[in-house]
Design a binder for this molecule. Structure first.
Ligand SMILES: [Zn+2]
Length: 417
């Protein structure tokens, strides 16, 4: 069987034919070159307007990398024609296998992009003996295409989230769609300022913003401000995941301070290595951790009291009626304000201030998948942490959209994957 026979089966282009196929030893690496030729009666198509136009001249031969076969690199070799277009002027012809100035064929780019969802980009580059840049360009192409094609109708519930990015205090704002039937990353912005989220609403547009019914977020002030201003009609919910995460941070603070103080005063270091005990939910503790927690709880430490306050607060989320949840919240806040534990008091003050938004949790219950933001948050962190080798915001953005955007892909992308 000839390679041409295989190619005619898997990658045939109307108005072009496969010419000769030959071995070339390039840089000590054997490659296969497949010549492409226009059909004898085929007229060139203008890349500007996609219409048939009279030919003008031919450019030098170009190489387009195709999917490797048995580990051997495969290139299409073609001398692009130029057309004289009455609308666009002198233009290079449209080639169905490649986009613009790209060196990779579209099939190969989709192929790499699909692998880029399963492996880190450097792993893909190594596996197919190509460069990190080629993998990046392929994923970028897939993301650009997908974002142009995606359907943005029917978005009713969104979650606004932030993740720390790179070292230091740099943040990304992420907006997810969290409707029961459709969950995906919708938008990413650098930073977590009011300006950042305003950009999201500009991107979403007035019409679609008007259709939003639920928005959940944490208590970050700039977000609260922008959401109130831009989508005051939607029910704004402070969700469980963000509140409990913040409470864990408060406990962390109490613990760190207390550990330092105990050490200074020469006490036994009862609090060392207890961080995870105190942050985990009791039902998630291991057999070894359980007695350790029980022992720890015997000490009347600020850390322990904070922990108990946090555990008590978990009940809040299980109320059905916003009224009784509100009563519970008020009692909890009063109790916490008397605790003399500053980080917890700060938490209580914040919860009090945002009482209506917290109670919205009960008004919105069951209307969207609230746990989903937490899931996305974990995945997003994992994606940015994975050694994709991105130092730039652009690469992080592309990687996140690729992993979490649930973007559409063309049917042809699956031909080789
Ligand atoms: Zn044209």
């Amino acid at each position: 069987m000839h390679i041409k026979t295989i190619l005619n089966r898997v990658q045939k282009f109307k108005s072009f034919v496969h010419g000769s196929v030959r071995w070339v030893d390039k840089d000590s690496e054997p490659t296969i070159e497949v010549e492409l030729r226009p059909r004898s009666n085929g007229r060139a198509i203008c890349s500007g307007c996609r219409r048939q136009r009279p030919g003008y001249d031919s450019l030098p031969v170009r190489h387009f990398e195709f999917i490797p076969m048995w580990g051997i690199k495969v290139f299409f070799v073609y001398a692009p024609r130029r057309v004289s277009c009455s609308d666009c002027g002198i233009r290079v012809e449209w080639m169905p296998w490649a986009e613009g100035k790209h060196q990779l064929t579209e099939s190969y780019a989709w192929y790499l992009a699909c692998w880029g969802k399963r492996l880190s980009w450097s792993e893909v580059a190594a596996a197919f003996r190509t460069t990190w840049d080629h993998v990046f360009c392929s994923v970028e192409m897939a993301v650009t295409w997908g974002r142009e094609q995606q359907d943005l109708s029917g978005i009713e519930a969104i979650g606004v989230d932030e993740i720390a990015w790179q070292r230091g205090h740099k943040y990304l704002t992420l907006v997810y769609q969290i409707d029961q039937g459709c969950r995906r990353l919708l938008w990413i912005g650098l930073d977590r300022k009011a300006k950042t989220l305003l950009r999201f609403f500009r991107w979403l547009g007035k019409g679609r913003t008007g259709e939003l019914r639920f928005i959940c977020s944490d208590m970050w002030k700039p977000y609260l401000k922008v959401i109130a201003k831009k989508a005051g009609h939607a029910i704004h919910v402070l969700d469980r995941f963000h509140i409990m995460a913040q409470m864990s941070k408060a406990i962390d603070k109490v613990r760190a301070e207390e550990t330092r103080k105990l050490k200074q005063e020469g006490y036994e270091p009862v609090l060392s290595n207890t961080r995870w005990l105190l942050l985990k939910r009791p039902e998630n503790l291991t057999v070894k951790q359980e007695p350790k927690l029980a022992e720890l709880l015997r000490y009347n430490l600020k850390t322990v009291r904070s922990y108990l306050l946090k555990e008590e607060f978990q009940q809040f989320w299980f109320y059905r009626s916003p009224f009784w949840a509100g009563e519970f919240l008020d009692k909890w806040c009063t109790k916490t304000m008397r605790s003399k534990i500053e980080p917890m008091k700060k938490m209580a003050r914040q919860l009090r201030r945002h009482r209506p938004l917290l109670l919205n949790w009960f008004r919105a219950k069951g209307q969207f998948s609230s746990g989903i933001v937490e899931g996305f948050n974990n995945k997003a962190k994992l994606t940015t942490r994975k050694s994709y080798g991105f130092r730039t915001y652009r690469a992080a953005e592309i990687a996140l959209y690729h992993a979490l955007g649930a973007l559409p892909v063309p049917k042809t992308a699956h031909e080789f994957f």
